[in-house]
Design a protein around this ligand. Structure first.
Ligand code: IPM
Ligand code: MG
Length: 358
């Protein structure tokens, strides 16, 4: 089969980690007789420099025509002025909104060989952390009306959190479907003691829950969820939540696994199309040094094979190859610990290739 992949290397370490990932995809393609065709596109800071906009029209159009999108990272200090009219982050929101990718899956998995990298005590980690955050991605305060205002001569600003029942229902369904494939436990996170939009959210979750009697559901306020994630992360299986709460909790969930440089993500909509990217940022401080960890992007490609191309076996092979490289003691700087072998971006990429070919 032929698959068309739109590739957005982006800024900072983006191009380096994407390069290794494309090598991995090609290797898997050769082994299993698939052809992956790539179209490289501009978005983020580099697009601002070259085109004057973070998300050029042609990038969005080409992405829509592809079977899936692979994204490195966008942003960097050069474009960091929060008052600037064009900011790299606009590319992300434009891609998510423009392609209706309303569902963001962020697995937070503690890789056994990296256990020591978790900041949590062994007694809390127990036999491991394996959480999947299902974040709503095209609604809520990220996309609501915002602006500046002046009331009684005092300047102010506002953003709005807004959800309708259709938006909640479709993400709720994915939450439940995800739970059905895992340990059948779903925690819906909201702030229903304060926010009206959360009360609506909660009632829709309750309604959808009736279609999934096997799934154990509970509701949790976001402040409590933030606390429970460090107190007892093993109580969680799937977390479903709004755009902004999901943004915050997925960073926390990834940190407790100690492998923020390891975690992939998938942004999905209707059908099989999706955008895949590591959850880490563009790490401008280490860009161009050849030391960035490409494993999160490589694992994002594995999610692409699974969710967009339905290539389960190929996806699994990437995952087990990455795990094998870690088990063999190889580490990039971000996940380095005593007694391990320190390698760079290219070397760890090549080690993954060797495992795939084995
Ligand atoms: C993320 C990031 C983005 C977000 C930023 C860069 C716009 O933090 O993907 O979690 O807030 O969604
Ligand atoms: Mg974030």
């Amino acid at each position: 089969m032929n698959y068309k992949i739109a590739v957005i290397p982006g800024d900072g370490i983006g191009p380096e980690v994407v390069e290794q990932t494309v090598n991995v995809l090609n290797c898997v393609g050769d082994k299993f007789n698939h052809v992956f065709e790539y179209e490289y596109l501009l978005a983020g800071g580099c697009a601002i420099d070259e085109k004057g906009t973070a998300l050029p029209e042609e990038t969005l159009e080409s992405c829509k025509k592809a079977d899936a999108v692979l994204l490195g990272a966008v942003g960097g200090p050069k474009w960091d002025d929060p008052n600037a009219k064009t900011r790299p982050e606009q590319a992300l929101l434009g891609l998510r909104g423009g392609m209706n990718l309303y569902c963001n899956l962020r697995p937070a998995l503690l890789y056994a060989p990296l256990k020591d990298a978790s900041p949590l005590k062994d007694s809390i980690i127990g036999d491991g952390i394996d959480i999947c955050v299902v974040r709503e991605l095209t609604g809520g305060i990220y996309f609501g009306e915002r602006g500046r205002e002046e009331i009684n001569g005092i300047k102010g600003a506002y953003d709005t959190e807004r959800y309708n029942i259709e938006e909640v229902r479709r993400i709720a369904k994915i939450g439940f479907e995800t739970a059905m494939k895992r340990n059948k436990k779903l925690t819906s996170v909201d702030k229903a003691n304060i926010l009206e939009s959360s009360r609506l959210w909660r009632s829709v979750i309750e309604e959808v829950a009736r279609e999934y009697p096997e799934v154990e559901v509970n509701h949790m306020y976001v402040d409590n969820a933030a606390m429970q994630l460090v107190r007892d992360p093993r109580q969680f299986d799937v977390i479903v939540t709004s755009n902004m709460f999901g943004d915050i909790l997925s960073d926390e969930a990834s940190m407790i696994t100690g492998s923020i440089g390891m975690l992939p993500s998938a942004s999905l909509g209707e059908g099989t199309f999706g955008m895949y990217e590591p959850i880490h940022g563009s790490a401008p401080d280490i860009a161009g040094k050849g030391i960035a960890n490409p494993l999160a992007t490589i694992l994002s490609a594995s999610m692409m094979l699974k969710f967009s191309f339905n290539l389960e076996e190929e996806a699994k092979l990437i995952e087990t190859s990455v795990l094998k490289v870690l088990e063999n003691g190889y580490r990039t700087g971000d996940i380095m610990s005593d007694g391990m072998k320190l390698v760079g971006t290219k070397e760890i990429g090549e080690l993954v290739l060797q495992e795939i070919l084995r």
